[in-house]
Design a binder for this molecule. Structure first.
Ligand code: 5GP
Ligand code: 5GP
Ligand code: 5GP
Length: 210
């Protein structure tokens, strides 16, 4: 961390499966750059406290400025794609994540460029899809148990994720997001001090194709 003025204890790095964002009643839109790769993308890097609370919107004067991350645009488009409608280039998603979470993370990441670079670097250390595949868990529309998913990711990447599920159009529980924890410096993965909570996945979890 670059300064001690920090109001959080660790980060959640949250990855989303685009197939599960799209496979809902609400549906999705591909970004203007085209259909994203069939891989987990970044949702956000979220500062969090050990008691489960978290700071947000820490600097209303620090609006997202795309010119500060122009060198990261290629990586942002491929690794942090938006699936929200209406179709856009991703700027809305990145701006939301920077303004809500990133502005609270400056003691670790420094500035806007540091925030996005940190999340991209951390994600590159998590071969999640390969880990799932090696554990027999594939985005084939099939159903898997929570322990199959958690076990496969843990074995493959070395850290146990928290699994968040959402519902497909028919109400089936599906693998939506994976939460990993990062130390307060934003540097290395740690076991999570607290789980993010949310509703249970059940034990029949769909992994939809994308
Ligand atoms: P949801 O209500 O969809 O779970 O969360 C809405 C938003 O609140 C998330 O996308 C995220 O921005 C924020 N959020 C939810 N849970 C957490 C959490 O445990 N930690 C942090 N830092 N943010 C969270
Ligand atoms: P959070 O849940 O992080 O507070 O909010 C996510 C915000 O980003 C929401 O306003 C959501 O509409 C927007 N958003 C844009 N693209 C995406 C995406 O691909 N996934 C998710 N989860 N939210 C997105
Ligand atoms: P335990 O801590 O005994 O493994 O689990 C306690 C409860 O939390 C159980 O209902 C279990 O299904 C749920 N749980 C454990 N890990 C996760 C997870 O990664 N995601 C979700 N959604 N629930 C979990």
């Amino acid at each position: 961390g670059r300064s001690s003025a920090q109001d959080y204890d660790f980060f959640f790095l949250v990855l989303q499966w685009p197939g599960s964002y799209c496979d809902t009643k609400q549906s999705c839109c591909y970004p203007r750059s085209g259909k994203p790769a069939a891989d987990f993308g970044i949702h956000g890097l979220w500062p969090n406290r050990d008691d489960g609370s978290y700071p947000q919107n820490c600097d209303p004067d620090s609006e997202f400025d795309p010119s500060k991350v122009s060198d990261l645009m290629g990586s942002l488009r491929s690794e942090w794609p938006t699936l929200a409608c209406p179709s856009n280039d991703g700027t809305r998603f990145w701006a939301h994540e920077w303004e809500k979470h990133g502005t609270c993370a400056v003691s670790a990441v420094g500035d806007e460029h540091g925030y996005f670079a940190a999340a991209i670097r951390l994600r590159s250390q998590l071969p999640v899809l390969a880990a799932l595949r090696d554990g027999g868990v594939r985005p084939d529309g099939g159903y898997y148990t929570l322990s199959q998913i958690k076990g496969a990711v843990s074995r493959g990447v070395g850290f146990e994720p928290f699994v968040e599920c959402n519902r497909d159009e028919s109400g089936n529980s599906q693998l939506y997001q994976l939460y990993f924890c990062v130390d307060a410096a934003g540097e290395k993965f740690v076991e999570c001090p607290v789980s993010p909570g949310g509703r249970p996945c059940g034990n029949r979890i769909e992994f939809p194709a994308f």
